[in-house]
Design a protein around this ligand. Structure first.
Ligand SMILES: [Zn+2]
Length: 176
């Protein structure tokens, strides 16, 4: 994972890559719904999107929410130290809401933040970012992965609201 590198997603130069990215995304029909990544999921329970661009020797794996943030910047570089945070607490979510949508009452999903904010959010939500949760980290990763796989399965043939809800409830992190 190269979370530290600057990422540019240009709407014109990277149009086919963007189309490929969104071919792996299932959008919930509701105004507040998440947009879920249905492509590759790593052993850490986070999504993986492989970038293969001209002039690069190797594919570079990026986390889909980070790619979505860069995409929302329409060609402006996403700096290497910017982290993708989840206000919706769904790690497969790649929805970046626009200012207009926020104005219309849509809640935030993926937002840009700092590493410090990322750690604080993980601690606050019990995702194993802080010292008290270190012992539970293994269980947390397993739970995150289970939840991600269940969610991906729930939308395999389109958004199934009941299946999505069951996947969210059925694979809550079991830390104790
Ligand atoms: Zn979301």
């Amino acid at each position: 994972m190269r979370q530290g590198r600057e990422l540019v997603v240009d709407p014109v130069r990277h149009a086919s890559e963007i189309a490929q990215f969104f071919s792996h995304v299932v959008r919930g029909p509701g105004q507040q719904d998440c947009w879920l990544w249905t492509g590759a999921i790593g052993t850490d329970g986070y999504g993986r999107f492989a970038l293969r661009r001209g002039g690069w020797r190797h594919a570079v794996m990026v986390r889909p929410p980070r790619y979505a943030l860069a995409h929302a910047q329409a060609g402006e570089p996403l700096q290497g130290d910017v982290r993708a945070l989840h206000e919706c607490d769904v790690t497969l979510c790649v929805r970046v809401v626009t200012a207009e949508e926020i104005g219309a009452g849509v809640r935030a999903h993926v937002i840009a933040g700092t590493q410090q904010e990322n750690m604080e959010q993980m601690v606050a939500r019990g995702r194993g970012g802080g010292r008290p949760a270190v012992i539970a980290r293994g269980a947390g990763v397993r739970a995150r992965r289970e939840r991600a796989l269940a969610l991906r399965e729930a939308v395999r043939s389109g958004w199934d609201a009941a299946a999505v809800e069951a996947a969210m409830l059925g694979a809550q992190p079991r830390l104790w």
